[in-house]
Design a protein around this ligand. Structure first.
Ligand code: FEO
Length: 163
């Protein structure tokens, strides 16, 4: 059985993951409008992945006898200057999510909630991968200036993302 404190914190994380999904979908829509179809696909997949993260927590709450309480999802930013801004915002957002996951782990340890602690391990690892991936993209974009031929090449590469 989950404590009320853990239940509330996990519900807040569902909301953060759903906001992430919303934010990345807003980026995908903007990129599609800019005819950067590869990057648009990249962020559509990212958006779906975030929805999946929210659903993992949803299932954990259900399995542990917790109550899922959905809240309002904030409106995301919908226009962006360029790819550098998009990937800078993405990296910053992932760093924020990492902190949030680590706070949840601290809470699980404090409450001796071993099941939640083990459950959250997956998210700790996932955040390492997410940050590394976004840092890599941001570095490539900054290095190349992401203009002309290079932009086409990067867009093609981004569009190769499968999951
Ligand atoms: Fe669900 Fe990208 O963190």
């Amino acid at each position: 059985m989950l404590s009320k404190t853990m239940e509330k914190a996990l519900n807040e994380q569902i909301n953060k993951e759903m906001y992430s999904s919303y934010l990345y979908l807003a980026m995908a829509a903007h990129l599609s409008e800019q005819h950067l179809d590869g990057f648009a696909k990249f962020f559509e997949i990212q958006s779906q992945e975030e929805w999946g993260h929210a659903m993992r927590i949803y299932k954990h709450l259900n399995e542990r006898g917790g109550r899922v309480v959905l809240d309002k999802i904030d409106k995301p930013q919908t226009t962006f200057k360029d790819l550098e801004e998009i990937f800078t915002l993405t990296l910053e957002h992932e760093q924020f999510i990492t902190k949030s996951i680590h706070t949840l782990v601290d809470l699980a340890v404090k409450e001796k909630d071993h099941a939640s602690q083990i459950f959250l391990d997956w998210f700790v690892n996932e955040q390492v991968e997410e940050e590394a991936n976004m840092e890599n993209w941001l570095a490539k974009i900054k290095m190349s200036g992401a203009k002309g031929h290079v932009l086409f090449m990067l867009d093609g590469h981004a569009g190769e993302r499968k999951k």
